[in-house]
Design a protein around this ligand. Structure first.
Ligand code: SF4
Length: 354
């Protein structure tokens, strides 16, 4: 038996008695899936039943007032869901005579319906081959295929969706999706999964490597460090000064407009080099243009531009007398973005020109 067949057989024997999934109707599946997004099954069931009794079809929901829908939603919380399903019902009623289109792209146009709900409705109601991805499914897939990347990372949903699509049982997509969600909810639990009862135990890579407690990996993306920085605009005629530090914290190996950090510094790496420090202390530097924000790997900087016009020869003489732990050069202002190919150059130019 393939893993998909084992899962399907397990589901037929073990599925919970969930009334809302018995009737394969797009409307009731839609309502139940939206309710389940933030509410537990046991709490949602009685409310679901009274809601469907009150609004048995898309049309009845579409022709009701917002107050009526909100009042029927009482007890479920997150009332924006109720407003959205009413908007969705109006849209379906106006555009599809109250039925659900069978095309994923079209379902995604319905107000308030996202990829999870669209896939759940199309697969469960119409047995169309769309694999769903919710928290439970992500956990099962991460363990089954030993997905070792952060499931909260930016590419995770895309990569897990590919795994989910590849693992989909094309003969019974609706039951397969429900089985995956059910397995995650009842067997492949976040803590202490019940692997001995799992139909996929012989196929599960995490189990075979004894790593079920290590996946899925959930690490919140690092928060951006917010800092203040000053960038020096030192011009002489139609030229501007660029510098190249030996081992700068950012933009290594590049000639850049000199900049330094201010305020509380997270570590020594952010200290201003002696050369830039001397530059920043030259007399008559004044605010130049507007402030702007700029992000460099996990850092969000608020940049202030300071600067002035200098006599190139005098400034060169001055700089030459300092300890040369840095390279510098003058470049034509119109060539700045070529010489300093970073959006920081463009933003500085914009800030000055404004
Ligand atoms: S064998 Fe264990 S870890 Fe693997 S899918 Fe089943 S319950 Fe989850």
């Amino acid at each position: 038996m393939t893993p998909q067949e084992k899962l399907y057989s397990w589901f037929l024997l073990n599925q919970r008695d969930l009334t809302f999934r018995k009737k394969k109707q797009a409307y009731s599946i839609w309502i139940s899936e939206v309710m389940l997004q933030q509410t537990r099954v046991a709490a949602m069931l009685p409310l679901y039943e009274s809601f469907i009794k009150k609004f048995p079809t898309v049309e009845t929901l579409a022709s009701s007032s917002e107050e009526e829908v909100l009042s029927a939603w009482k007890g479920l919380g997150y009332y924006s869901r109720a407003r959205n399903i009413r908007k969705g019902a109006i849209f379906l009623s106006q555009n599809y005579n109250g039925s659900f289109p069978k095309d994923l792209g079209k379902v995604l146009e319905v107000p308030g319906i996202g990829p999870y709900t669209a896939r759940a409705v199309l697969s469960i109601a119409y047995d169309l081959p769309f694999a769903v991805l919710d928290g439970n499914v992500k956990r099962v897939l991460s363990r089954l295929f030993l997905y070792e990347k952060n499931i909260l990372g930016s590419n995770a949903d895309k990569e897990l969706q590919i795994l989910a699509d590849e693992f989909l049982n094309l003969k019974y997509p609706g039951d397969h999706n429900q089985a995956m969600m059910e397995l995650g909810a009842t067997i492949c639990l976040p803590e202490n999964p019940k692997c001995l009862l799992c139909p996929l135990q012989q196929d599960c890579i995490a189990l075979s490597k004894n790593r079920t407690d290590q996946v899925p990996i959930r690490t919140k993306e690092k928060k951006k460090l917010e800092m203040t920085a000053k960038i020096l605009w030192m011009e002489a005629g139609d030229e501007v000064l660029l510098v190249k530090e030996k081992s700068p914290r950012f933009l290594k190996g590049m000639f850049v407009l000199p900049f330094y950090f201010e305020g509380e510094l997270p570590s020594e790496e952010y200290e201003t080099s002696p050369f830039i420090s001397k530059l920043s202390l030259l007399p008559d530097l004044r605010p130049y243009g507007k402030t702007f924000s700029h992000t460099i790997t996990h850092h969000k900087f608020k940049f202030f531009v300071i600067g002035n016009s200098f006599n190139k020869q005098k400034l060169n003489d001055e700089i030459s007398s300092w300890k040369k732990d840095i390279e510098w050069k003058w470049v034509k202002k119109e060539k700045l973005e070529e010489e300093f190919p970073s959006s920081l150059a463009k933003k500085t130019l914009n800030a000055i020109l404004k």
